[in-house]
Structures are given as structure tokens and as C-alpha cells.
Write a protein that binds this ligand. Sequence first.
Ligand SMILES: NC(=O)c1ccc[n+]([C@@H]2O[C@H](COP(=O)([O-])OP(=O)(O)OC[C@H]3O[C@@H](n4cnc5c(N)ncnc54)[C@H](OP(=O)(O)O)[C@@H]3O)[C@@H](O)[C@H]2O)c1
Length: 287
Amino acid sequence: MDISKIKLNDGQEIPAIGFGTYLIPNNGATYQAVSAALSAGYRHIDTAAAYFNEAEVGRAIRDSSVVRDQIWVTSKLWLQDYGYEAAKKGIDRSLRKLGLDNIDLYLLHQPYGDVAGAWQALVEAQKAGKIRSVGVSNMTPKYWKKLIPQFEVVPAVNQVQFNPYFQQKELRRLLFNDDVKLEAWAPLGQGNQNLMQEQTIQKLAKKYQKNAGQIILRFENQAGTIVLPKSTHIERIKSNLDIFDFKLTEDEMTEIRALDTGKGTYDPDDAANEAQLLTAINVHTND
Ligand SMILES: NC(=O)c1ccc[n+]([C@@H]2O[C@H](COP(=O)([O-])OP(=O)(O)OC[C@H]3O[C@@H](n4cnc5c(N)ncnc54)[C@H](OP(=O)(O)O)[C@@H]3O)[C@@H](O)[C@H]2O)c1
């Protein structure tokens, strides 16, 4: 299967669909799921230090018959590693856990704390060849306007929640102006059944002989976003990738655009997040 690619502002080409690994445990399940995804044809895997499964992602990649340079690997720095010196160590820890010489895309997972210092470390790691592309995540319009003007290098992507219920209209305008691509987390609404059962989605599923997930992912792909569906079920792993043999019309895109509620299930602008996330997830627990 030939997966389309999207050109980033640094010249790199990222596969337009990636395999998400959030909440897949590190008890062999991640190894199994990523191995299945690579066999099914995915060439892009999304992990993070905060998912505690980088080691299994790396092992599945090394054990697969697909050569390393055909696989796009994304990981993310977590909050305990923010600030310049800590971030340098955090990047090296991700490389070590993944067991890879370099990471295709490395993101600042959240927009809190010493973001500027952490960003400097990412940019230097990019210059040193440890990271190919650098990006951010969960940057709302508020954070984007505040932080990006301080950055010497503009991020290649911003990975945020995006699906038909939350289409990020304001953020997308800002990203478009800065030539930055949006990566969609929760592209399937984290399995939201209301979304899957929407009349518009069901009608299009019937028309194209596809399932609801495929209609949603194709909408997001045609909207120019990079999608990262997660599943631990082989049939869904396969079907979520099988979205390139049909095309929604402009009228159908407009119908799905009308499902936008303008709100997500997680608000990075909430002032309580930073402290809560720092306490809830400690990536140094096993150091
Ligand atoms: N940067 C961030 O802060 C951030 C936050 C969240 C996620 N992410 C990334 O984005 C990826 C995707 O987001 P996500 O995992 O939260 O949500 P998602 O991909 O929208 O949804 C995953 C859920 O949907 C179910 N599912 C998968 N395919 C389906 C289908 N075809 N039909 C119906 N249900 C289906 C899965 O269940 P089964 O596994 O049982 O199939 C799982 O419960 C993550 O895995 C992670 O890599 C990033």
C-alpha cells in the first residue's frame, strides 16, 4: 500500500497516517500491536516518554522486516524533563529506550514550564542529527501566540486533539500562516460511539462501503491533517489504514465540517493541568 506523505516546513516528508500507542501497556502488548501495525503497512509510529512504552516500540521496529529508514518514529519529551539541561538528558533517554540512532520527530508533549529551554535542546539535537524534525503538542492558539515568537526555529508540527467534533478552526488558521502541519490525536474521538453513530458518518459509510472510522479518518486526511489512530485489534489496525481508495466530495466534507462543536475533551488552557500532569505522570519513576 502506498501511503501518501505530507511535506513539512523543514523539507522532511512524513507519512500522512501513523499508528498511535497511547495507553497500550508495556507488558508485551505494545510490541505486539506495533509489530501488527508494521505488518499491516503502517510506516509511522507515535509514542512518548509519558506512555512508558518506547522500549517496546523500538524493539518491534528493530525486529520487523521493514528497514529502519522506511519507518517514521515520533516520540515526545515529558514535563519532568523540561528546561535546557533536563531536556538534553530526556532526548538521550528516549533514544536509549527506543534503541535507535535517531528519532524522526520529537515533540514537546505539553506547553508548560521552561518550554523555551526545552525547545533549545530539541533544536540542538536536531542540528546534531539525533532528531530529524522538531515539533510541539497541545499548543492552543493562546500558547502558540505566546511561545512561538520566542522560538528561533518554527516547529514542523503541532499535535493536538482533532476530530469531527473538535476541528480546531482558530488554531488551523495560525498553523497555516506559519506553514506548520497539524497532527490529529484522538482522530477517532477515542472511540466515541456518538461520533461513530452520527447520521452523516453512517450515511457516508454506507455510500462508500466503509466503516465509520474510515470515513472519519479520510475526512481528517482530506482536511490536510496527519492522523494517528490507535487500536489493539488487528481488524481495526488494518481497516484504519485502508482509507486511500475513496474520496469524499467537497459537499460531503462540508457536511462533516458541520459536526464541529468547537470544543475538545481536554483543554490545555486549563491552569490546573501543569501541576496535575506533573504529579500524575512521572517518567523518572523507574530511574
Ligand atoms: N499529544 C498528546 O497529548 C496525545 C494525546 C492523546 C493521544 N495522542 C496520540 O494520538 C494517538 C491517537 O489518539 P487516542 O489513542 O487517544 O485515540 P483514537 O485513536 O481516536 O481512539 C482510540 C480508541 O478508539 C478505538 N478504535 C480504534 N479504531 C476504531 C475503529 N475503527 N472503530 C471504533 N473504535 C476504534 C480503540 O479501541 P481498540 O484499541 O480496542 O481497538 C481505542 O479505544 C494516541 O494513541 C497517541 O499516539 C497524543
